[in-house]
Design a protein around this ligand. Structure first.
Ligand code: FAQ
Length: 311
């Protein structure tokens, strides 16, 4: 009923209503959404690797069970997002191929290694924290299926963020060695987490158009600032130091000044030359090949089922 007033694409966008799969939309809007949603889905799937690496080494049965559940959630988010992308007329199989042969990207952050158990805490606190800051506004994205998918994803990300924060809190308030391990994880994950928000606004090729289309609601730099402002107090409670000598409250702006991440490094990582890019893609290719029999069996079952119901 809310759709009665607005009918053309521009009217729907101007009225802050949702575009749905069967609605007319500019080809470039569709392409941009496929790109962003597919990248997002790929990030969730590749993002299972750095943490999956720690499931068997988590320090207790309870920690193992929690981490296992978190990594399973990420698989779920990936599938959810592939389904949202499919409403735009692409197939999941093609998107997966585009990831595996490097035509589509995934988030830079998952090309960094998880060296200690504290890294699992840092990923939850910082990486899931950054993901929430970026994704809460996407719940109001103009494309209905993506916006609706984000609501559930954000709820689960909040759990993930809390579990990471709790791991770091435990370590930071443990022995001296545990505290040092937590600080070391923060030192290594801070700048890559800031880089997750993308290039600075001046270099962001898609922002202006995506914001006009109400896919993105805030710019990369706006969200990065929001993330820094959120983390400062949380780091204080942890008793850890954010590794930035330039970090200070700016009374005039009502926000923290901070040192920007190394954007040249971000570009290198995006182009495939980060510490773990090759390992991540190789692992995914292998897992995909090893899963071929499952896809074949599912297709055979679906075929059999389809003929059975017709008969
Ligand atoms: N990594 O013009 P812009 C998660 C590319 S959270 C790689 O500013 P845009 C949860 C960009 O694609 C992580 N590439 O682009 C989790 C473009 O390249 P293209 C996933 C990046 O799209 C936690 C070029 O640079 N979240 O997985 C990055 O307007 C723990 C120019 O950039 C999402 O994907 C980067 N960091 O803004 C899972 C959120 N930044 O395509 C497991 C949805 C930029 O022209 C464990 N995505 N690029 O070749 C977005 O909000 C946007 O796509 C941005 C980039 C903000 C990432």
């Amino acid at each position: 009923a809310a759709r009665l007033a607005a009918s053309t694409f521009d009217e729907v966008i101007a009225a802050d209503q949702k575009i749905e799969p069967r609605d007319a939309m500019p080809e470039a809007y569709r392409k941009t959404l496929i790109r962003q949603i597919a990248q997002h889905a790929h990030s969730e799937i590749i993002g299972m690797q750095p943490e999956g690496n720690w499931i068997s080494r988590a320090p207790s049965l309870k920690r193992k069970a929690i981490l296992l559940a978190k990594v399973q959630d990420e698989a779920g988010h990936g599938l959810y997002l592939y389904a949202a992308a499919e409403t735009l007329g692409v197939s999941r199989a093609d998107l997966v191929d585009a990831l595996l042969d490097g035509r589509q990207k995934y988030s830079s952050i998952f090309n960094y290694p998880t060296l200690t158990w504290a890294d699992v805490g840092a990923i939850g606190w910082l990486v899931d924290g950054a993901a929430i800051v970026n994704q809460v506004p996407l719940c109001r994205c103009s494309y209905g299926p993506y916006a609706r998918a984000m609501i559930r994803v954000c709820k689960e990300e909040s759990f993930h963020q809390r579990q990471g924060y709790e791991i770091l809190h435990t370590l930071a308030h443990g022995t001296e060695a545990q505290h040092a391990m937590a600080q070391d994880a923060l030192d290594r994950w801070w700048y890559p987490s800031l880089a997750m928000f993308g290039p600075p606004d001046a270099d962001s090729t898609h922002s202006e158009r995506s914001m006009a289309w109400k896919i993105k609601r805030f710019s990369n730099d706006e969200l990065r600032q929001r993330f820094v402002d959120m983390c400062v107090g949380q780091a204080e409670i942890l008793g850890l130091r954010i590794p930035d000598d330039g970090l200070r409250w700016n009374e005039q702006r009502g926000a923290y000044d901070f040192t920007a991440p190394d954007y040249a490094e971000l570009m290198r990582v995006i182009k495939g030359d980060g510490p773990c890019n090759r390992q991540r893609i190789e692992h995914r290719r292998r897992a995909h090949a090893e899963g071929a029999w499952v896809r074949e069996a599912a297709e055979a079952y679906a075929r059999k089922h389809a003929t059975a119901t017709v008969a």
